[in-house]
Design a protein around this ligand. Structure first.
Ligand code: TRH
Length: 390
């Protein structure tokens, strides 16, 4: 498909370089990979994705060859970010993810181009109020004739929005309404059919000392719980809990241990569950597109700054909930973040679940109405490039 946004024939902007450094886990590459595919497949840009750690990337895309310097995948040229990267010709749009700094020589080549590229720093996601004021701000290079712009994802119309592929919401909705497709899905990923009456939960988090208490609450609670345990840093605690329970067993809780899923299957998992425990950035966003209630294990930051970010999101997310549902959700999220007694707050959250389910759909619809990040980014870049061409 040709690019519907950057469609000025006098200025055929078609090439985009995305730079990604994998700091840890899968979030950095998860976000970049989604964006790269969307820009290539939906908007027709010629996209190169420069990644410093192809081995981590391979977890998300098993068909990727971690030893190849360059390969085509899903319409994107995936390139290993190494010393040769500096010698490549810069694209029209240059996106550095999370302030990862493209190579110095590449930046010089950008400065030497007749028409300067639109240079974007794609920032981390936050619901804090200052994001609207900082979104799209310019940052002139200290020495070179180049200007980089901050692009902040976010939850309001005055931010860059969230990554959402075309048709995602419809796919999720169709899947949720199709019981046979869900049964086939569970069989395919775990060879299991969850008990019909159980509350279905997915679990993806970091190490968290709140895990055993929550599992105890599930095992000894009033409702049957089916927990789909993803592959991740929470697994050791899950196994330790199982061992510690010994002859008491798992009570009303049944567990299914999943392999690492493709991103597409992980989306379906989120849609198939009644409640999703998610973490980091990308799974947190995907749970919102799944229109299901969620609990967020936010990535820890220096001086516990993540608590400010958590509070900012909760303020927005709970604004229209009843006081009972709002405090149930907040109590469990805070306990989960702090590694505290999340199990104590489970009964209240369970009671609030029907309201939280309706709210998750309302929240998703509101986010959809704000436009998606790739489209907003391209409009922003087009405006930048047109202004420079005047
Ligand atoms: O993996 P994360 O913790 O990632 C990040 C990074 O740590 C990053 O450095 C940090 O800055 C950021 O969090 C805040 O969590 P995240 O962002 O949810 O990314 C996980 C990705 O893995 C996401 O794209 C979903 C995907 N995934 C699968 O594809 N299959 C699976 O089975 C699971 C559990 C996840």
């Amino acid at each position: 498909m040709r690019n519907p946004i950057l469609r000025n024939p006098a200025m055929p902007v078609t090439r985009c370089d995305i730079f990604c450094k994998v700091i840890d886990n899968y979030g950095d590459i998860g976000v970049c990979w989604r964006l790269a595919r969307q820009l290539a497949v939906e908007h027709g840009l010629v996209v190169r994705l420069w990644v410093d750690d192809l081995a981590s990337f391979q977890h998300l895309t098993p068909t990727l060859d971690p030893h190849a310097g360059s390969q085509m995948l899903d319409g994107v040229r995936v390139c290993h970010w190494n010393e040769d990267t500096a010698r490549t010709t810069p694209a029209d749009i240059v996106i550095e993810a999370f302030a990862c700094d493209p190579p110095e020589a590449y930046v010089h080549a950008m400065a030497n181009r007749g028409s300067k590229p639109a240079w974007i720093n794609l920032e981390y996601l936050s619901a804090e109020g200052w994001v609207e004021g900082s979104h799209a701000l310019p940052s002139p290079h200290p020495r070179l004739p180049l200007v980089k712009h901050f692009f902040f994802p976010g939850f309001t119309a005055h931010t860059g929005g969230l990554i959402r592929e075309a048709g995602l919401v419809e796919r999720v909705q169709d899947f949720r309404q199709n019981a046979a497709a869900q049964t086939a899905f569970w069989q395919r990923i775990a060879r299991i059919t969850p008990p019909a009456q159980a509350v279905k939960v997915s679990l993806f988090s970091y190490e968290n000392s709140a895990i055993p208490g929550l599992l105890d609450a599930w095992a000894e609670g009033t409702r049957e719980i089916f927990c789909a345990v993803t592959t991740g840093r929470h697994l050791a605690q899950l196994h330790a809990w199982l061992e510690a329970r010994g002859p008491r067993g798992t009570g009303r809780l049944s567990l299914a241990f999943l392999p690492f899923l493709s991103q597409a299957d992980y989306d379906l998992l989120l849609a198939a569950c009644d409640l999703n425990f998610v973490r980091g950035e990308d799974s947190f966003v995907r749970a919102q597109w799944a229109a299901r209630p969620l609990v967020w294990h936010i990535y820890r930051q220096e001086d516990d700054y993540q608590r400010v970010k958590l509070g900012a999101f909760l303020n927005r997310y709970t604004a229209t909930l009843t006081p009972a549902a709002s405090s149930a959700l907040q109590a469990l999220w805070h306990a989960w973040e702090a590694g505290g007694n999340a199990g104590k707050h489970w009964p209240a959250l369970l009671a609030a679940l029907p309201e939280l389910q309706a709210h998750a759909l309302f929240w998703q619809e509101n986010l959809v109405s704000q436009g998606d990040l790739a489209a907003k980014l391209l409009i922003f870049c087009q405006n930048l490039l047109e202004c420079r061409a005047l």
